[in-house]
Design a protein around this ligand. Structure first.
Ligand SMILES: C[C@@]1(CC(=O)O)C2=NC(=C\c3[nH]c(c(CCC(=O)O)c3CC(=O)O)Cc3[nH]c(c(CC(=O)O)c3CCC(=O)O)/C=C3\N/C(=C\2)[C@@H](CCC(=O)O)[C@]3(C)CC(=O)O)/[C@H]1CCC(=O)O
Ligand SMILES: NC(=O)c1ccc[n+]([C@@H]2O[C@H](COP(=O)([O-])OP(=O)(O)OC[C@H]3O[C@@H](n4cnc5c(N)ncnc54)[C@H](O)[C@@H]3O)[C@@H](O)[C@H]2O)c1
Length: 197
């Protein structure tokens, strides 16, 4: 069986500088999922023209929309760039410019030109789940996101917060804490595999 070898990370996007190139439908879709998960993400956009929906969303979240064609200078101080233009050559240029500068780049909907993929994301309080199909089926990622949004109870966050408070009451060294935390939570998992706590 093929295996997804991507490594998921949970980025503090309010500390990072993100640039979206383009301001059309695809830009709006990528921006809306980014902001749904991370409403305080630091994002700037560059495009000659912005569609109405993109403008409304960007304004609501205080996102700067710069007006103009993409130029290399816009990459200055960026950590992450998402290219969404309708001009393949521009998207390819953004990709290669970013590569030269070791900036992480995603050309939306274009797997070969992505250092990372955007995922399906479920957020319940402090809990976050990220879903990827290895770029094979965004529709599956979306359906799974909807499935988990529905079946994971909203009060799962109570469990997270209670265990966080409980851990703070524990005395002892790190190893003793690990053991206690595993002991009190083992009932959550009915069947334990031989190599996992
Ligand atoms: C998860 C999600 C996150 C987000 O967008 O933030 C996301 N795409 C979403 C929706 C979606 N996108 C498209 C459709 C129509 C389906 C169809 O046409 O088949 C739908 C479904 C719908 O809208 O119903 C079009 C599309 N997308 C890609 C291709 C190219 C290809 O498949 O080869 C094409 C065809 C373009 C064309 O034919 O021209 C590629 C990518 N899309 C990814 C992410 C990355 C892989 C993630 C993974 O590993 O699974 C990857 C590789 C790169 C990237 O863009 O990061 C978001 C759902 C969020 C949610 O609902 O929660
Ligand atoms: N709309 C969709 O749902 C969809 C789905 C899959 C793939 N695509 C593909 O994705 C691409 C983008 O689609 P879209 O619907 O967002 O197009 P769009 O026309 O809505 O938006 C294109 C954006 O790119 C900007 N742009 C053009 N040249 C630029 C430049 N030199 N520098 C910066 N920005 C520039 C435009 O100003 C505009 O804001 C297209 O190639 C399309 O075929 C679209």
């Amino acid at each position: 069986m093929e295996r997804n070898e991507l490594y998921p990370v949970f980025l503090k996007v309010n500390n990072l500088n993100i640039l979206i190139v383009g301001g059309g439908y695809v830009a709006e879709e990528k921006l809306s999922f980014l902001l749904k998960s991370s409403p305080n993400a630091t994002v700037e956009m560059i495009a000659p023209l912005y569609r109405e929906g993109t403008v409304a969303l960007a304004q609501k979240h205080g996102i700067t929309m710069m007006k103009g064609k993409y130029k290399r200078k816009y990459l200055k101080k960026r950590h992450i760039v998402i290219a969404t233009t309708d001009v393949p050559e521009i998207n390819e240029k953004v990709f290669s410019d970013c590569r030269k500068r070791a900036i992480l780049v995603n050309v939306a909907d274009n797997p070969p030109l992505c250092d990372f993929y955007m995922g399906g994301i479920v957020t319940k309080g402090n809990l976050k789940l990220a879903i990827s199909t290895n770029g094979k089926s965004p529709t599956t990622a979306k359906r799974l996101r909807q499935f988990f949004e529905e079946i994971i109870p909203d009060n799962i966050d109570d469990l997270v917060k209670n265990l966080n408070s409980f851990r703070k009451t524990l005395k002892g060294d790190f190893q003793e804490k690990v053991e206690t935390m595993n002991e009190v939570t083992k009932g959550l998992i009915s069947k334990r595999s031989s190599h996992e706590n």
